[in-house]
Design a protein around this ligand. Structure first.
Ligand code: PGA
Length: 253
């Protein structure tokens, strides 16, 4: 059984004080829940605050970016050992905002996935198609191409712990969610591609999330799909109330 995993992606929101206030309001709302793993991915300046506020709660801390070398002359970048030192366990890799706005290509995404595993951090690998690609019937080939290229060279043990977030670009921050059936169809195809390349035993363990305008009103239907194991959530993760409702989703029968 794959345990559901609900991940907040705060993007470039919140100060340190706001992050601390979030945790103080959020933790009591999810106390004793055990149905899902929960992670908050935040800007660098908040990560030590989150590590302290969330210590002992079971909620993990994730970064949204890093540079895949341990140190060096890379002005403005942050390395994995620096993140680990302050208690970070997860890293988002290949988010469409990084691919599009910051021009991160497939080779850098793959290098980051390798570096994260080598350092012992858990990657959350994002893949997703543009609306035009969807309209041209390219969704599965684009997303499986991104996924398979990013995970080249990983061993079986690493692959089994992988988290892949399918995030159609046209659904991010737009209020337009893929229907649960559409999301299931793509994620089912990604799991199939994983099975064909690495075997069913690996494919059965990988946790696939859907991301793109997930909110309390649509989480249950998404989570009821057989291949959807979680959600990567931007906007609706910023308020303790709505993020706690996502974590406490009710599985539909
Ligand atoms: P959204 O963002 O939930 O605000 O659409 C999702 C994401 O980009 O991870």
């Amino acid at each position: 059984m794959r345990k559901p995993i609900i991940i907040a992606n705060w993007k470039m929101y919140k100060t340190r004080a706001e992050a601390a206030a979030f945790c103080q309001a959020f933790l009591p709302l999810i106390r004793q829940q055990d149905q899902a793993d929960v992670v908050i991915c935040a800007p660098f300046t908040q990560l030590d605050v989150l590590a302290a506020e969330l210590a002992g709660s079971g909620v993990g801390v994730g970064a949204q970016n890093f540079y895949p070398l341990p140190e060096g002359a890379f002005t403005g970048e942050v390395s994995l050992p620096m993140l680990q030192e302050i208690g970070v366990q997860y890293v988002i890799i290949g988010h469409s905002e990084r691919r599009e706005i910051f021009h991160e290509d497939g080779a850098l995404v793959r290098q980051k996935v390798q570096a994260a595993y080598a350092a012992g951090l858990q990657p959350i690998l994002c893949v997703g198609e543009h609306l035009e690609q969807r309209n041209n019937g390219l969704t599965v080939s684009v997303c499986s191409g991104q996924m398979l290229s990013a995970i080249e060279g990983l061993n079986e043990a690493q692959l089994k712990t992988l988290i892949v977030a399918y995030e159609p670009i046209w659904a991010i921050g737009t209020g337009r969610t893929a229907t649960a059936a559409d999301a299931e169809q793509v994620i089912g195809a990604l799991r199939q591609a994983m099975a064909e390349t690495y075997g069913q035993a690996v494919a059965d363990q990988v946790r696939f999330q859907y991301g793109g305008s997930v909110k309390p009103e649509n989480i249950a239907e998404l989570m009821a799909q057989p291949d959807i194991d979680g959600a990567l959530v931007g906007g609706a993760s910023l308020k303790p109330d709505s993020f706690s409702q996502l974590v406490l989703f009710q599985k539909q029968q």
